[in-house]
Write a protein that binds this ligand. Structure first.
Ligand code: WAQ
Ligand code: MG
Length: 266
């Protein structure tokens, strides 16, 4: 029997611009330390100084906790952003995303997917065939929440990535987020790169290949980034998907495989 677990979430914003966010699942005795580190992280974020920091803590009903395995990890060694974007596009195509949908999403993330060229708080939802956007609020998008690594999975991931220089908070959190999105029905692929100006890596996740990283998907110093979740339209139900991604708790208790690096030259 596991002890009572809580979802703890942080979101920091300037007037209308998203600064940072974080989602964890933890027992009561860890909440104070996690809250402290989330606040510090919001205050020190390279995207700027927040005007507001919101923390939310919710008890999770023990019966509702779903456990799962994290996706496999592959790194594609692209030499620069140009090659990175071509490789990510090819990965999306391989997963079943159409050319028009892949290009629309890449262009949206490049120019800022929220109105006014801003960064979205959450992810856009994209029809994998037509490229049409399916989220109801194009500034907020969908925020995936209530997912984390179990303590054992966290230790296993650290030891599996040891010496690779890749055991970053960015990777850990993105892996859990991508892992939860992969569990949603009709999911074809996810495209992501960070909105943190000093973090250039991004990934494409898909059911077949898992979490495929690209060290360069944007130039250093660029404040734009975001996420696109591609879905098959025929299985798409916005209300059910939103309920799952935003509210269903998922704890990753096992890690996936760490695959050998792949080369890519554009
Ligand atoms: N749910 C949905 N979308 C989100 C969420 C969330 N919980 N958190 C962030 N986003 C969206 C939002 O538009 C952000 O602007 C954008 O994603 C980027 O978020 O080395 O750090 O937290 O393998 O900056 C990927 C590569 C890092 C890691 C991704 O994203 C690696 C990253 P960030
Ligand atoms: Mg960020």
């Amino acid at each position: 029997m596991m002890s009572q677990l809580f979802s703890i979430r942080m979101r920091a914003a300037q007037s209308s611009e998203h600064i940072s966010g974080a989602e964890r699942i933890a027992p009561a005795e860890e909440l104070a330390a996690i809250a402290t580190s989330m606040i510090a992280r919001a205050l020190e974020h390279p995207r700027g100084n927040p005007a507001s920091i919101r923390l939310a803590i919710d008890a999770l009903p023990a019966a509702s906790l779903c456990t799962a395995s994290l996706p496999d990890i592959t790194t594609v060694l692209v030499p620069d952003v140009h090659a990175g974007r071509i490789a990510a596009r090819a990965e999306l195509r391989r997963a079943g995303v159409s050319e028009v949908a892949a290009d629309a999403a890449i262009n949206a993330l490049t120019s800022g997917a929220a109105p006014g060229g801003r960064v979205m708080r959450g992810a856009m939802l994209v029809d994998a065939e037509s490229g049409e956007r399916l989220e109801s609020d194009p500034a907020r998008g969908i925020r995936v929440s209530r997912m984390d690594l179990s303590p054992a999975a966290s230790v296993a991931l650290t030891s599996a990535l040891q010496g690779s220089g890749r055991d970053t908070t960015h990777l850990r959190e993105a892996l859990a987020l991508a892992g939860k999105v992969l569990l949603s029905p009709g999911m074809v692929a996810e495209l992501c790169w960070s909105d943190d100006p000093d973090y250039t890596a991004g990934y494409v996740a898909s059911p077949e290949r898992g979490y495929v990283r690209f060290p360069h998907l944007k130039e250093k110093g660029d404040h734009r980034g975001g996420r696109a979740f591609f879905y098959q339209r025929r299985d798409f139900n916005l209300a059910a998907l939103t309920a799952f991604l935003e509210n269903e708790p998922v704890l990753f208790t096992r890690i996936g495989r760490i695959q050998g690096d792949e080369e890519f030259f554009a």
